[in-house]
Design a protein around this ligand. Structure first.
Ligand code: NAD
Length: 258
């Protein structure tokens, strides 16, 4: 208990899946958590389920004005910001390059990459005016290896990796006591993933993992808790892979569906 006691955390996309699990764990370890999401109903329900340590703020991470509002409201309500988890993300259809749609490309980059960039940009001054902080960007193993549907999604997640590393270096050199790390989940069983894939595809995914099992959202939440806590005070610019061993022997990506 209390590994992040007294800290204030923003978790984007915290209404469901990995983000919700991170919010539950950080709150359980003593943090005040601000869950943000485009899903108002889901976000309110997640905050209600956690109880008095959690609040919900409606927020599209691709919207810069919304970011300014969320950070200002957080600082006003809790007196500062110590932890930001840029978790909100969307997938992209597994299509041949010539069929990839530019609007789709832009939407995925705007949520996965620009949303993460905007969060970092606006969190830094809030953290600098306190005692520093920890930023955790949820990327993917798709930053390192091509996976199904990789074309658009993988490009966004690889860019998140380099954004994280550049920012980590900047913050370290500025002695701002802000650490920036990324987590790279493998296949994690969330409703988002299960809803997009048939049972047969999910079985194929499981067969591609050396341990034979998809991960649970909590597997990512425990990694985030470590990076959010002072236990990782000497860790910055790290890419933490949490994938059940998938990256030890990655399988070739599935052929595009159309
Ligand atoms: N589940 C996996 O296997 C897996 C693997 C690698 C990486 N990831 C990454 O982990 C993160 C969470 O994945 P998940 O499986 O829990 O997803 P999910 O779809 O279950 O949940 C994502 C949440 O983000 C919210 N969201 C979507 N767009 C948003 C926006 N523009 N602004 C604010 N909130 C928004 C959704 O409403 C939802 O509540 C994503 O960045 C994803 O790319 C997931």
């Amino acid at each position: 208990m209390g590994r992040v006691a007294g800290k204030t955390a923003i978790i984007t996309g915290g209404a469901a899946g990995i983000g919700r699990s991170i919010a539950v764990l950080l709150a359980g370890e003593g943090a005040h958590v601000v869950i943000t999401d485009t899903s108002v109903e889901g976000g309110r329900e997640a905050a209600r389920a956690i109880g008095k340590r959690a609040v919900f703020m409606s927020h599209d991470v691709a919207d810069e004005a919304a970011w300014i509002g969320v950070i200002a409201d957080t600082v006003k309500q809790f007196g500062g910001l110590n932890i930001l988890v840029n978790n909100a993300g969307i997938g992209s259809p597994n299509v041949r390059p010539e069929n990839a749609d530019l609007d789709q490309w832009r939407r995925v980059q705007s949520v996965n990459l620009e949303g993460t960039f905007l969060g970092c940009k606006h969190a830094l001054p809030a953290m600098e005016s306190g005692n520093g902080g920890a930023i955790i960007n949820i990327s993917s193993i798709a930053a390192f290896v091509p996976t199904a549907g990789d074309l658009v999604y993988g490009a966004s997640k690889a860019a998140v990796l380099q954004l994280t590393r550049s920012l980590a270096l900047h913050c370290a050199r500025n002695r701002s006591n802000i650490r920036v790390n990324s987590i790279h989940p493998g296949a994690i069983r969330t409703k988002g993933v299960e809803g997009r894939r048939s049972p047969e595809i999910l079985r194929q995914v499981e067969r591609s993992i050396p341990g034979g099992q998809m991960g649970e959202p909590q597997d990512i939440a425990y990694a985030a808790l470590y990076l959010a806590s002072d236990e990782s005070k000497y860790v910055t610019g790290m890419a933490m892979i949490v994938d059940g061993g998938y990256m030890l022997a990655p399988v070739p990506p599935r052929a595009p569906e159309n």
